[in-house]
Design a protein around this ligand. Structure first.
Ligand SMILES: Cc1cc2ncn([C@H]3O[C@H](COP(=O)(O)O)[C@@H](O)[C@H]3O)c2cc1C
Ligand SMILES: O=C(O)c1cccnc1
Length: 339
């Protein structure tokens, strides 16, 4: 299931175009490089401006939250579902600022939500198992969640998506995310476990111990990436993984958000090698697992503002810089024009 990369010839032509612009060579490199990435994804120089950027927020609950790995109660998940549906969450505001479409989907919330039917149309199950003591999902559920995510991406692409973001929502979700990153790269949990919503150092170490216990419980099964999702992930994380894979397969670029998206990008690359070429890291959150994952994936963050909300916010906040890179390629004079 190897993924075809963006067009290297177009990328080279895009960089050459940027080198011809009215500035010292490389003077706006970090911005125009984003434009070159989009050019290679679109197969054209200059690239078309991004009028249709779409975020899907994948919501789900996590049984491991019962082990005290989060500062906040699980009831927050349902509250925030309604906050996003009311267009009043952090992602709602940032997306509105930048003209980004937001769609929230209940993939694994542990409640029968009072929401429009389409919000739960891709639901896999109520909650995911407590990974310390049991698998998050059955293998069949993991495969179903991946397929739901692929179908969701197909819907977004049919709606004209030129750039996709996966947002996350669900108390406890930084725990399975760190677990997947630790298991994929074979490191101790403490190295990639962060404070999430605000644990103190003792809490962070307890969270890392829960993750190490989960990893030990799963043993050799973790070598297989779909088993890894079933053992240590969740329905929402598996669905967002499928969404990223389908985006890459369809040639639609993806901006990675925080540690949850970092885990999903890691899993997408494990399942579909080459997917990472269609990704850029929107930002670096303070979660060490995100820094670890994006370094392994070879992605450098656009923003580094200490954002640690999730919901897709860090990626959405980076979208204007991607658009700026494109605008420079489309609108800036060449040095020849001004000489
Ligand atoms: C009010 C509120 C809104 C959020 N929006 C996203 N998250 C983020 O924080 C949570 C993950 O952190 P942990 O693993 O420590 O629970 C998830 O809900 C995630 O989506 C929020 C968290 C809270 C409290
Ligand atoms: O890295 C993130 O995006 C993050 C961190 C803490 C809580 N939720 C998300």
């Amino acid at each position: 299931m190897t993924i075809t990369p963006p067009n290297a010839g177009v990328y080279a032509a895009a960089l050459a175009h940027c080198d011809s612009l009215a500035m010292p060579t490389g003077a706006l490199h970090g911005l125009v490089e984003l434009g070159c990435w989009i050019a290679a994804a679109q197969g054209q120089v200059p690239p078309a401006q991004l009028d249709n950027v779409r975020t899907v927020v994948f919501a789900g609950d996590h049984g491991v939250a019962a082990d005290g790995v989060s500062v906040y109660p699980t009831a927050i998940t349902v509250g925030m579902v309604h906050g996003i549906l009311a267009d009043k969450a952090g992602i709602s505001v940032i997306a509105r600022q930048h003209g980004i479409h937001v769609r929230l989907l209940d993939i694994g919330v542990d409640a029968d939500l009072d929401v429009p039917a389409e919000v739960s149309a891709h639901k896999v199950r109520r909650g995911s198992g407590n990974i310390r003591v049991e698998d998050a999902l059955t293998r069949a559920e993991a495969e179903q969640a991946l397929a739901e995510g692929e179908a969701i991406a197909a819907e977004e692409i049919a709606a004209g998506a030129q750039l996709l973001i996966a947002g996350d929502l669900g108390i406890g979700n930084t725990t399975p995310s760190a677990a997947l990153i630790a298991a994929t790269y074979g490191v101790r949990a403490a190295e990639v476990t962060g404070i999430g919503t605000g644990l103190d150092e003792a809490g962070r170490l307890r969270k890392a111990a829960v993750i190490d216990e989960a990893i030990a419980r799963c043993g050799d099964r973790l070598a297989d990436p779909i088993e890894r999702l079933a053992c240590l992930g969740s329905a929402d994380i598996a669905a967002a993984t499928g969404y990223m894979i389908a985006a890459a397969r369809a040639g639609v670029p993806v901006l990675v958000d925080g540690v949850i998206a970092g885990a999903e990008a890691t899993m997408a690359e494990s399942i579909a090698p080459g997917a990472k070429a269609w990704m850029r890291a929107g930002h670096r959150s303070p979660e060490p697992g995100l820094s670890f994952a994006i370094e392994k994936l070879g992605l450098s963050p656009i923003l580094d503002l200490g954002l640690r909300l999730g919901e897709g916010t860090g990626a959405a906040a980076a979208v204007p810089l991607v658009r700026t890179g494109i605008a420079l390629m489309r609108e800036m004079a060449t040095l020849a024009d001004v000489s």
